[in-house]
Design a protein around this ligand. Structure first.
Ligand code: SAM
Ligand code: SF4
Length: 333
C-alpha cells in the first residue's frame, strides 16, 4: 500500500547505509580530528545482515519505493556487497544504485555489474591531485578514482560524478571538472557543502551557491536549463548548448527542495531516518530481530512515514545550525 506523509509526500527513494566505516577522511564528512584512531565504529553484529536489509527493502518497495541507493561510510568496504546487490536486484521494478568514493571500484566493477547494479555515483571533488589528496585526507590519488570511473563505464554502468564544492578549497577547479567530463556521457553534479552532522565546522561562508557554480561554467561552456527527469529529482539540470552533455547542481542550502523530498534513509544498524537532518531514528533492527511479521514491519514503517513532517532545509536558520545532528557517514549520504 502506498503511503504519504503529513505534507502529502510519498516514499519513493530509499538510501541504505551498509557500513559506517570509510577508508577516506574527507574533511567535510569524517574529519580526522573526530574520526581518528580512537573512534568506535559499529561491530559487525550491530550491522543489519543482508537478510535483514532485504526484508526492510521489500517492505519499503511494497509501500512505494522505486529506487534504492546503497551508501555508507564507504559501501564497497562491506564484505561481499555484491551478494546483497544480487538479492536486491531480484526485487521487481526497482532501480538499484550505489554511491562510492571509487577507491575499490576498479577491482569491483565487474562483480557489481554482474550482480545487477544499474547505476553508480562516484564522489570526486577535484581533478587536481594535491587538492583531492588534501580533501580525502588520506593522500588517495585522483588517478585511481578516474580508473574506477573508466572501469565502471566499461562494464556498462551509467556513471554520475558528484563533487562537493567548498569555497577556497576546490572551487577553483569547477570549470576544469566540467571540461574533463564534457563529452564523456558521465553527468557531473556539484553539491553545495551542507551543514550535515556536527563535526565538519560548517559555515555559510564555505558554501559556493549553485547559481555561482552554474555562472562560472556558463561563462566558458554556455548552458541552458532542462526539466527534471522525474518528480522529486534533487539536482537542477543544465545542458551544454553545444551538445556536449549535461551537468547538475544540488542546491540543498541555497534553494531547498524539502517540498518534493520522497527520501528515507536507513543507517547501517537499521535506524530509519526521514530526513538527513533528523536527530532521532526508529529502530527497525529491533523490530526485525524481535520477530515481527512482514505485515507488522510494513505497519511500523508506514506509521513513521505517515507522521513525517521534516523540512529542515527550508527552516534552516542560525538556531537550527546549532542543533544536534547525526553524521553523514552514519546516516548514509
Ligand atoms: C557520505 S558519502 C557515502 C558514500 C561514499 N563514501 C562516497 O563518498 O561517495 C555520500 C555523499 O555525501 C557527500 N557528502 C558528505 N558530507 C557532505 C557535506 N557536508 N555536504 C555535502 N555533501 C556531503 C559526499 O561527497 C558523497 O558524495
Ligand atoms: S564522503 Fe564518503 S569517502 Fe568521504 S569520508 Fe564521507 S563516507 Fe568517506
Amino acid at each position: 500500500m502506498e503511503i504519504v506523509d503529513t505534507l502529502g509526500r510519498p516514499v519513493r527513494d530509499l538510501r541504505i547505509s551498509v557500513t559506517d566505516r570509510c577508508n577516506f577522511r574527507c574533511t567535510y564528512c569524517m574529519p580526522k580530528s573526530v574520526f581518528g584512531r580512537d573512534y568506535r565504529f559499529m561491530d559487525r553484529k550491530e550491522l543489519l545482515s543482508f537478510e535483514e536489509i532485504e526484508r526492510v527493502a521489500r517492505s519499503f518497495v511494497r509501500q512505494g519505493v522505486e529506487k534504492i541507493r546503497l551508501t555508507g561510510g564507504e559501501p564497497l568496504l562491506r564484505k561481499d556487497l555484491e551478494v546483497l546487490i544480487a538479492r536486491l536486484a531480484e526485487i521487481p521494478g526497482l532501480e538499484l544504485t550505489l554511491t562510492t568514493n571509487a577507491s575499490l571500484l576498479e577491482r569491483k566493477a565487474v562483480a557489481l555489474r554482474e550482480a545487477g547494479l544499474d547505476r553508480i555515483n562516484v564522489s570526486l571533488d577535484s581533478l587536481d591531485d594535491a587538492t583531492f589528496r588534501a580533501m580525502n585526507d588520506v593522500d588517495f590519488p585522483v588517478a585511481e578514482v578516474l580508473a574506477g570511473i573508466d572501469a565502471a563505464a566499461d562494464v556498462g554502468l551509467e556513471v554520475k560524478v558528484n563533487a562537493v564544492v567548498k569555497q577556497g578549497v576546490n572551487d577553483a577547479g569547477i570549470v576544469a571538472m566540467a571540461a574533463h567530463f564534457r563529452n564523456t556521457g558521465h553527468t557531473l553534479r556539484f553539491i553545495e557543502f551542507m551543514d550535515v552532522g556536527a563535526t565538519n565546522g560548517w559555515r555559510m561562508d564555505d558554501v559556493v551557491p549553485a547559481a555561482e557554480i552554474v555562472r562560472r561554467i556558463d561563462e566558458v561552456f554556455p548552458l541552458e536549463p532542462i526539466d527534471p527527469a522525474y518528480s522529486g529529482e534533487v539536482a537542477q539540470r543544465w545542458r551544454y548548448r553545444d551538445g556536449a552533455g549535461e551537468i547538475g547542481v544540488i542546491t540543498s542550502v541555497t534553494q531547498p527542495f524539502c517540498g518534493s523530498c520522497t527520501r528515507a534513509r536507513i543507517s547501517a544498524e537499521g535506524k530509519l531516518y526521514t530526513c538527513l537532518f533528523a536527530v532521532r531514528g526508529t529502530d527497525l533492527r529491533a523490530i526485525v530481530r524481535g520477530g515481527a511479521t512482514d505485515e507488522e514491519l510494513d505497519l511500523a514503517i508506514g506509521e513513521v512515514w505517515a507522521k513525517r513532517s521534516d523540512r529542515y532545509s527550508e527552516l534552516r536558520s542560525e538556531q537550527t545550525v546549532a542543533r544536534a545532528r547525526v553524521e553523514m557517514s552514519y546516516i548514509g549520504g
